[in-house]
Design a protein around this ligand. Structure first.
Ligand SMILES: C[S@@+](CC[C@H](N)C(=O)[O-])C[C@H]1O[C@@H](n2cnc3c(N)ncnc32)[C@H](O)[C@@H]1O
Length: 339
C-alpha cells in the first residue's frame, strides 16, 4: 500500500485538526474530507464525540459501525458490530432483481397490481403477484440474511406486494437474527407491507432443519460467506478483517454445494451472490451432471457494474411462474435444460 505524502496530511490538517486521522482508512484528501462531513452530519453533536469517531476511524472501525447505518436502495439499514455491513454489490443485484418482479413483469402484460393472498382478479399464471396459480402468495426466502437488507430492499421496492408476498429470513448468528428483526420492524412501521419473519437456523442443515421454511419457495436469495480461507488474509482489508464477523465472510463451495443438495428441490428459482466464477461453475456442473435436474433448470450468472462476476442464479423451466421472462436480461445464461 503506498505511503501517504506529508503534503496530504498537512492539507487535511489545514481544514480541520481531526481530518488527518481519517487518512489511515481514506488515503486521499478528497475521501477524507467527504467522510469527515459524513461524521460531522451523522455523529451526535459535540467535539469529543466527533474526536472519538475520528479516532475509531483511525483504528479502522468501519464507518457504518460508527454512524450506525448504511443506505441500501430506498431504505436505511441499521448496522451493528458482529453483523456484516451490507455492500453495494449486494444492493446492486437486489435492486436489479426487485425491478424484474412485479406487475407487468413475468411475461404478463399488465401483470397483477396489488396482489393479495387468496388470488387476485386477473391473476394470470406467468405473472407474479397474485399470479401464482391457485392464488398462493409469492414465497420469498432469504438465507444468510445478516442485517436483513435483501428482503427489506425487495419489500420496499415491491410497493405492489402489500400482503401478496410471504417473507422468511434465516441466519444462524444470534446478533444477525436480532438486528434483522429490528431492521424489519423499523422499516415496516406504519406501512402496509407484509412482515418478514426472521428465524434462527443453520442453512447448511437444509430446509428440513427449519420448520418455518414453506413447502414451496418461489424466490430463494442468499449472500453466503464466500471468501476462501486462504484468500481472507491477502484480499480483505484490515477494517473488514478485524471488525466484521469472519462467520459472515469465509466460505468456499460449502453454500453452493448445499444449494444443490438441500435447497434446489424446495425452490423454483434462486439468486446466490458469489465471489468467483468457480462457484457458479460448481452449481452449473452439478445441475448439468444430474439426470433429473438437468432437464429442469436454467442457470445464469450476473456481473456487477465493476465488471466482476457477482451472482449465480437459476430457475425451473417447468414452474408456474414465467421465470424465463423474469430473469431475462438479469444476467447471462450459462446452462439451459437438456430436452
Ligand atoms: C455475507 S453475510 C450476508 C449478510 C446479508 N445477507 C448481506 O448481504 O449483507 C453471510 C451471513 O450468513 C450467516 N451465516 C453463516 N453461516 C451460516 C449458516 N450455516 N447458517 C445460517 N447463516 C449463516 C452469517 O451470520 C452472515 O450474517
Amino acid at each position: 500500500m503506498p505511503r501517504i505524502p506529508c503534503r496530504v496530511v498537512r492539507r487535511c490538517a489545514a481544514v480541520h485538526p481531526l481530518l488527518p486521522l481519517l487518512l489511515a482508512e481514506c488515503r486521499t484528501f478528497d475521501e477524507a474530507r467527504r467522510e469527515f462531513q459524513w461524521l460531522v452530519d451523522g455523529v451526535p453533536p459535540g467535539r469529543r464525540r466527533l474526536a472519538r469517531a475520528c479516532l475509531a476511524r483511525h483504528r479502522h472501525v468501519p464507518l457504518q459501525y460508527i454512524l450506525g447505518s448504511q443506505p441500501f436502495g430506498p431504505v436505511e439499514i441499521r448496522c451493528r458490530r458482529s453483523v456484516l455491513i451490507p455492500r453495494w454489490e449486494t444492493e446492486e443485484w437486489a435492486s436489479a432483481l426487485a425491478g424484474r418482479v412485479g406487475p407487468g413483469r413475468g411475461g404478463v402484460p399488465g401483470g397483477v397490481p396489488g396482489g393479495v393472498p387468496g388470488g387476485v382478479p386477473g391473476g394470470v399464471p406467468g405473472g407474479v403477484p397474485g399470479g401464482v396459480p391457485g392464488g398462493v402468495p409469492l414465497r420469498a426466502v432469504d438465507l444468510c440474511t445478516g442485517t436483513g437488507c435483501v428482503p427489506i430492499l425487495l419489500r420496499a421496492e415491491w410497493a405492489w406486494a402489500a400482503a401478496a408476498v410471504e417473507w422468511l429470513a434465516v441466519d444462524c448468528a444470534p446478533a444477525a437474527v436480532a438486528l434483522a428483526a429490528a431492521n424489519e420492524r423499523r422499516t415496516r412501521a406504519g406501512r402496509s407491507v407484509g412482515e418478514i419473519r426472521v428465524v434462527s437456523g443453520d442453512v447448511l442443515q437444509g430446509p428440513a432443519d427449519c420448520s418455518a421454511v414453506p413447502p414451496r419457495i418461489h424466490l430463494l436469495t442468499c449472500n453466503p460467506p464466500y471468501i476462501p480461507a486462504e484468500r481472507f488474509l491477502a484480499d480483505v482489508s484490515v477494517s473488514v478483517r478485524v471488525y466484521e464477523p469472519r462467520l459472515a465472510l469465509v466460505g468456499e463451495l460449502h453454500f453452493y454445494r448445499n444449494l444443490v443438495e438441500k435447497w434446489l428441490d424446495r425452490t423454483d428459482s434462486f439468486v446466490y451472490e458469489l465471489g468467483e466464477f468457480k462457484q457458479a461453475k460448481y452449481v452449473r456442473d452439478c445441475i448439468a451432471a444430474d439426470g433429473r435436474l438437468n432437464k429442469m433448470w436454467s442457470v445464469g450468472v450476473k456481473f456487477d457494474s465493476a465488471g466482476k462476476i457477482r451472482c449465480v442464479y437459476g430457475y425451473r423451466n417447468d414452474a408456474t411462474l414465467d421465470y424465463k421472462s423474469i430473469y431475462q436480461e438479469f444476467g447471462n445464461l450459462i446452462y439451459t435444460p437438456r430436452l
